[in-house]
Write a protein that binds this ligand. Sequence first.
Ligand SMILES: Cc1cc2nc3c(=O)[nH]c(=O)nc-3n(C[C@H](O)[C@H](O)[C@H](O)COP(=O)(O)OP(=O)(O)OC[C@H]3O[C@@H](n4cnc5c(N)ncnc54)[C@H](O)[C@@H]3O)c2cc1C
Length: 522
Amino acid sequence: MTAQYDLFVIGGGINGCGIARDAAGRGLKVGLAEMGDLAGATSSASTKLFHGGLRYLEYFEFRLVKHALEERETLLRAMPHISWPMRFVLPVSRDMRFDNTTPTSRILTLVMPWMKGRRPDWLIRLGLFLYDNLGGRKILPGTKTLNLVGTPEGAPLEDRFTKAYEYSDCWVEDARLVVLNARDAETRGARIQTRTRVVSADRRGDLWHITLDRKGTIEEVTARGLVNAGGPWVADVVQGVVRLNSRETVRLVRGSHIVTRRLYDHDKSYFFQGSDGRIIFAIPYETDFTLIGTTDQEHTQDPRDVVCTPAERDYLLDFANQYFKHDLSADDVVWTYSGVRPLYDDGAKSATAATRDYVLSVEDSGPVLLNVFGGKITTYRRLAEDAFDKLAPFFPEAKGNWTAGVPLPGGDFPVDGVADLIADLRAGYTFLSDRWAGRLIRAYGTEARAILGAARTSADLGRDFGATLTEAELRWLMAREYAQCAADVVWRRSKLGLHLTQAQIADIDIWMQDHAPHAAAE
Ligand SMILES: Cc1cc2nc3c(=O)[nH]c(=O)nc-3n(C[C@H](O)[C@H](O)[C@H](O)COP(=O)(O)OP(=O)(O)OC[C@H]3O[C@@H](n4cnc5c(N)ncnc54)[C@H](O)[C@@H]3O)c2cc1C
């Protein structure tokens, strides 16, 4: 029988899953198809920050910055397991330059030509003042000035850096955010299908007739409304799936990151400004590593063919070497990843200058279609609400906004409650090391206990595949988090791939294929 939905969503990135969750909670019958794995594209390749975007202030993107700043704490409260506050150290130096295309730099060049493109200290302070005050902070501490001489924050940096500013933003596990939104949507009645491509969508009368291809099995479903959250493929979906002409285009801008062994001993991140006007971050990552990124490169190839090029790697190494005392080389890079930003094409000159704000376009020459262009991880919840504002006239029965303040699965505990949860878990399961318990709480929050069940020893959790990944956890990931192969587990549901060998990852894959529910059916 043909499944009939109110709303069907194309794309299982953060925007598609956020919209599916929001709409399901309003009482609509929602379907979602993702052609690969959830967060398989851009939404697992971000810098993983809930941030206002300090640098966007130079572009006068006050609306975007304000909304994003306001969202940080709303999101932090809803997912205190996968998101946490982070302090950023911004060293000050006379070499820092503007990107000369920003409105701020053009004004400054006009009124203070003697600055010759330098980004003055007082302007950074002004930017941080706005950053502290635009978004109504309650949890996150404000900016302070930092002496770098003889302090842990100054220790890894070259001696010429003596002063810095320190401000707040938040970290988020991007790919887990997507999966938890999908799970919550499913709990509220949505149907989430992964490895399922939407091949066509046609308007017939009041309904969309949508054809899905799941590994060669074709299914047709209907829906009263269609959301195109195809990310880097948003324009391909408009042209190839829905077959409409549209003036709106997407600008694909690749961003790459490199990962090195841990470069310093404290838990703060660095915000480095370059002489080319760009900025990069260096962030403590997965306990033993440091994450450095990102780049801004026009991407003209297929969005799936996205890798960190040697030139991007060297750019990031050179940039970081302007700050760190000990020079890094390509040999220090243990992993790289890359993603494509699906930005709304606003005609900006450079990739760095293209807007990071989102555009939602509605096409209603029949049953409604909503296309999502751009957007940040940070603004996904607001984007879903705004999407529904546009869809509301077509779904008069739907309930109002509801997601602010409602926790994601496992996130129903206080923002400062992680240490207590870890201690409780260790008390209940005495075989867990501190690191193992910490990893489970940071991934699953209050649901960690459901994975461990009645285990009294680690052997009760079944085979240990390495890095504390056990059969019990794999079973949970397959049954509850849509994981189907090792890559889903070690690069998206977790980053355990950084701690496992190729042989261990291959073993995980074999075990998962042997235990897949569909393996028996097919
Ligand atoms: C390098 C980099 C750093 C970033 N850093 C940050 C940051 O720190 N903070 C922040 O807030 N934001 C950040 N962003 C932005 C953020 O990651 C993206 O805006 C966001 O992930 C986009 O999500 P999306 O759902 O629109 O796209 P995607 O995650 O790409 O999802 C789209 C999905 O649609 C699927 N799809 C496409 N066509 C079909 C079809 N026909 N059938 C079925 N499925 C289909 C694709 O497989 C894909 O999974 C960063 C982005 C990049 C690239």
